[in-house]
Design a protein around this ligand. Structure first.
Ligand code: NAD
Length: 454
């Protein structure tokens, strides 16, 4: 078996070397999961809940080590990495409440009793990206296990380390052998094998829209259940009647967080023309002051990009003649650095405003009036997140309702909470993660009719 060299993006050095899984390893993991499923699906719900609570506690005990590993491998500031591992713990605790609450219905019918049950699917394949490695894995693993499924998790080849730790921690926390399996390897081999495998009932995928399209097509051959969390090009709509200082102070975090490698990045900042100059003037000091550097330095606010290839791709959106209005700075020396960059003004149809850049580049797009704002915000193939900033509450709510997007905040740029549904409209995806909605995607409804008359 060949090996994966795991690179630390802030130093460009190899931080780990591990065996590279292939189709054989996926087949073996699916076989282990299939063998474990009957017993796991039959575990008393209270016991399954206790095992998941135990797993949450075990992750919490290792949270500092996991945060350091994630910060180094994904190049994210240590403070952010701690927050993400905190969310992983919270996610397992939240879904530990689910096994005892997978309720069915009784339905009035003639001649007997009709009732529904939520049944697990069996073996589920979970394919995750490199930008929030363990967090996004937990959004899938926790509801899948809570519903009684067994899991084969495939992390991104660039960031497999915390997923492999999770597999070990789960065994130590008492999860039975075969319930949670991790295979690190290339997507085109290991991911593709999960998608085609006849014993995998469902694939849950987070990644690019392009790969997601192929997964949906591949899953059709075996009529697999599929949920997809894909790309985004979200709008941050700022009306002139908003608290401009507050909107301008919050905007950098919403697009430069995780060095812009965030599917929810509000990378199109739509500003009402009357407020454009004030907004840019208020935003500039926040961008220029961003501390870009060593992920393990407590003061760092933005780390490097994940790879040299990613930096090259991001650079292509900022040619020499790009309208750079604001730019931050980066450290000297090794590391895949790219400065936080604000382009203004940009037309909504320009490439930088149309395509998901997945790097720290924001486009500021002027608009006139509510109707134009809605039209521009919706003129995209994506529909994942977004924000509306206005002091007119009725207008803010009206615009939020008019935007074709799965997750939207008013006077805030937050996207994700463990207890609320997360997912995209249009080509940003299919299905919802987090909250109670996720459980529906890891169960089938069974309808049982019991004749009581005649
Ligand atoms: P990617 O699509 O290249 O890879 C994602 C995962 O799919 C990886 O594990 C990869 O190995 C695997 N994969 C690649 N080719 C495959 C194939 N042919 N069959 C099966 N699996 C395959 O994405 P990425 O570059 O790792 O992540 C960035 C993308 O993820 C961005 O587009 C971003 O918007 C998206 N994303 C979406 C969300 C969301 O919740 N909507 C969250 C995070 C990231």
């Amino acid at each position: 078996m060949s090996s994966i060299e795991v690179i630390e993006p802030a130093t460009e050095r190899v931080m780990a070397e591990l065996p590279r899984g292939g189709a054989e390893e996926v087949d073996a993991a699916v076989a282990r999961a299939k063998a474990a499923f009957p017993a796991w699906g039959a575990v008393n719900p209270a016991d399954r809940a206790a095992l998941l609570r135990g797993l949450a506690d075990a992750i919490e005990e290792r949270s500092e080590a996991l945060a350091v590993l994630e910060a180094r491998n994904a190049g994210k500031p240590i403070g952010d990495a701690r927050g993400e591992i905190g969310m992983v713990v919270e996610t397992f605790r939240y879904y530990a409440g689910a096994p005892e609450r997978l309720l069915g219905q009784t339905i009035p019918v003639g001649g007997g009793v009709d009732m529904t049950f939520r049944e697990p699917l069996g073996v589920v394949g979970l394919i995750v990206p490199w930008n929030f490695p363990l967090t996004i894995a937990s959004w899938k693993v926790a509801p899948a296990l809570a519903a009684g499924n067994c899991v084969v998790l495939k992390p991104a080849e660039l960031t497999p380390l915390t997923a492999l730790e999770l597999e070990k921690i789960a065994l130590e926390a008492g999860l039975p052998e075969g319930v949670l399996n991790v295979v690190a390897g290339p997507g085109s081999v290991c991911g593709a094998r999960l998608v085609e495998h006849p014993d995998v009932a469902k694939v849950a995928f987070t990644g690019s829209t392009e790969v997601g399209r192929g997964i949906a097509a591949g899953a059709a051959a075996t009529i697999k259940r599929v949920t997809l969390e894909l790309g985004g090009k979200s709008a941050n709509v700022v009306f002139a009647d908003a608290d401009i200082e507050a909107a301008a102070a919050a905007a950098p975090g919403a697009v430069f967080g995780n060095a812009g490698q965030d599917c929810c990045a509000r990378s199109r900042i739509l500003v009402e023309r009357a407020a454009l100059d004030d907004f840019l003037a208020a935003m500039a000091p926040h961008v220029e002051a961003l501390r870009v550097g060593d992920p393990l330095d407590e003061a760092t606010q933005m780390g490097p990009l994940i790879s040299a290839g990613q930096r090259e791709a991001v650079s292509s959106y900022v040619p020499d003649d790009a309208p750079v209005a604001i730019r931050g700075s980066v450290p000297d020396g090794p590391g895949y650095w790219f400065p936080p960059t604000v382009l203004a003004p940009v037309g909504n149809e320009e490439r930088a405003a149309r395509e998901e850049i997945f790097g720290p580049v924001a486009c500021v797009i002027p608009f006139d009036g509510e109707e134009e704002a809605i039209g521009l915000a919706n003129a995209t193939i994506y529909g994942l997140s977004g924000s509306v900033w206005s002091r007119d509450g009725a207008r803010a709510l009206r615009v939020a309702r008019a935007l074709d997007t799965g997750v939207i905040s008013i006077n805030s740029n937050t996207s994700v909470r463990v207890s609320t549904p997360f997912g995209g409209f249009k080509q940003s995806g299919v299905g919802r993660e987090l909250g109670p909605d996720a459980l529906e995607h890891y169960t089938e409804v069974k309808n049982v009719y019991y004749a009581t008359e005649g």
